[in-house]
Design a protein around this ligand. Structure first.
Ligand code: BTN
Length: 328
């Protein structure tokens, strides 16, 4: 019922009388009033006038299915599971992935108590100022080809932000989202597979939206960016999420159509790694070179100082001038 009242208020874009709501929905005016008050508690701003009725004038920035919308027919985000608090949206996405949830299911949370980053790091996501979400995909791909999904996801994030806010971000290999010279977001892709077959892929995305610098832990303060710090104003997380899900659908369709080259071309267009001096730190070695390109399988091709080419598939890549890796 509450959902229907909200729907009617959104449709009308003006006053709707209590009588009209109670007649059209078949409930008493007291019931209408109770639901209106519940919506107000959830952050909806609803004005009331004894003569004219109720009018919706403000929406809360909640990442649930009422404020995050996807176009009809879109698969990514058609099913949305929202939590106020959870350990990690990736953990929950893996659980429902194992239980057989539909392709494209999205898990969002206002806060994570144990947000996880790449290479075993923690991801600070203990407040509702950022976007923390995971997408469950069921691609018909060989497990070795899944790396392309991670690259495609970073392109989707950058294009979603351009579409909604007209702000240009960059991508640091493989999928850090960079704004200015700091990190705006990151992507943690996890795979469940058996030989030759992918069961599901979870793409977990964390994006800093409305944080002030004091919201970041001390050691992140000179490395982390937020859209608010960059633009000086707050942004609707729900709108940005809707935009990213739309661009994700678009790029995933390209991926299924075998348009890998086009996806890599887009990745290169937004790359802040290619052409730069990079320091590669892996379990076995550490060396400096120049990033040349990204191969079709997603590996970073680096030209070492002695002229040899190496392909990087894992480990950490630091880019000169970004996130604390400065000239010596
Ligand atoms: C990185 O280290 O750059 C990747 C960070 C990924 C964080 C996101 S937030 C939503 C999802 N849930 C997690 O626990 N991690 C990812």
């Amino acid at each position: 019922m509450k959902k229907l009242i909200l729907h009617t208020l959104k449709e009308k874009q003006g006053y709707v009388s209590g009588e009209e709501l109670s007649n059209s929905l078949g409930v008493s005016r007291t019931a209408v009033w109770k639901h209106i008050n519940e919506l107000r508690k959830e952050g909806y701003i609803i004005e009331s006038s004894s003569k004219k009725g109720y009018r919706l004038t403000g929406l809360p920035d909640i990442l649930d299915g009422r404020e995050v919308s996807v176009p009809d027919g879109q698969q990514i985000g058609r099913e949305l599971v929202h939590f106020a608090d959870i350990d990690s949206t990736n953990n929950y996405a893996k659980k429902i992935g194992n239980d057989g949830c539909p392709h494209g299911t999205v898990v969002t949370a206002e806060r994570q108590t144990l947000g996880r980053g790449r290479v075993g790091r923690l991801w600070q996501s203990d407040n509702s100022r950022g976007l923390w979400f995971s997408i469950v995909l069921r691609p018909d791909l060989e497990p070795e080809k899944v790396q392309i999904i991670t690259l495609a996801a970073s392109v989707a994030v950058v294009e979603g932000i351009i579409e909604v806010l007209d702000i240009n971000c960059g991508i640091k290999w493989p999928n850090d989202i960079i704004l200015g010279s700091c990190k705006l977001g990151g992507i943690l892709t996890e795979l469940s597979a058996e030989p030759g077959h992918v069961n599901y892929v979870v793409v977990g995305i964390g994006l800093n939206i409305n944080q002030d610098s004091g919201d970041f832990d001390q050691e992140l303060q000179d490395k982390a960016a937020s859209l608010k710090l960059f633009t000086g104003k707050t942004h609707s997380r729900a709108k940005i999420l809707s935009g990213i899900l739309k661009s994700f659908e678009k790029i995933y369709t390209m991926l299924l159509a075998g348009e890998t080259r086009q996806i890599i071309d887009k990745w290169n267009k937004y790359s802040v790694t290619v052409g730069k001096e990079v320091r590669i730190i892996s379990r076995e070695v550490e060396y400096i070179g120049t990033a040349q390109s990204v191969a079709l399988d997603g590996k970073l091709v680096v030209k070492c100082k002695d002229g040899t080419l190496r392909e990087v598939s894992s480990g950490e890549v630091q880019v000169r001038g970004l996130m604390g890796y400065a000239r010596d």
